[in-house]
Design a protein around this ligand. Structure first.
Ligand SMILES: [Zn+2]
Length: 121
């Protein structure tokens, strides 16, 4: 079990969180709000089963620039989910140099709270 005392905050990480857009803060706090975008597209998969057909599609977040990419193998009458992974923007989302044990989500929530308090003033 993690105790409150074992959580750490970090100045460098706090500074980066401070720079994030409101929508990114909301997504990191509440998770992404994905919607379907576009259609399946055929893709070549390195190391895939020879002769098999693969398709992928993206689910896009309605708030922030993150996408969830899903890869499927097409079988006769059904799709086999192979993997899904997030595609992050190159800037404004991921945090750098986060020491182990840093309570990032707690810090993100604090930032959302801080901004809300600021708006009330
Ligand atoms: Zn999002």
């Amino acid at each position: 079990m993690t105790t409150a005392q074992s959580y750490r905050i970090n100045k460098g990480v706090a500074d980066q969180i401070h720079e994030l857009d409101d929508n990114v803060i909301t997504c990191r706090d509440l998770r992404h709000a994905y919607a379907k975008e576009g259609h399946y597209r055929r893709v070549k998969v390195t190391g895939g089963v020879r002769g098999a057909t693969y398709v992928e599609r993206d689910r896009v977040c309605m708030r922030c620039p993150v996408k969830m990419r899903e890869l499927y193998r097409v079988h006769s009458g059904w799709l086999e989910r192979i993997r899904s992974y997030p595609v992050y923007p190159t800037k404004g989302y991921l945090l750098k140099n986060v020491p182990k044990g840093t309570n990032v989500i707690g810090m993100v929530r604090f930032e959302a709270f801080r901004r809300a308090m600021e708006e009330m003033e």
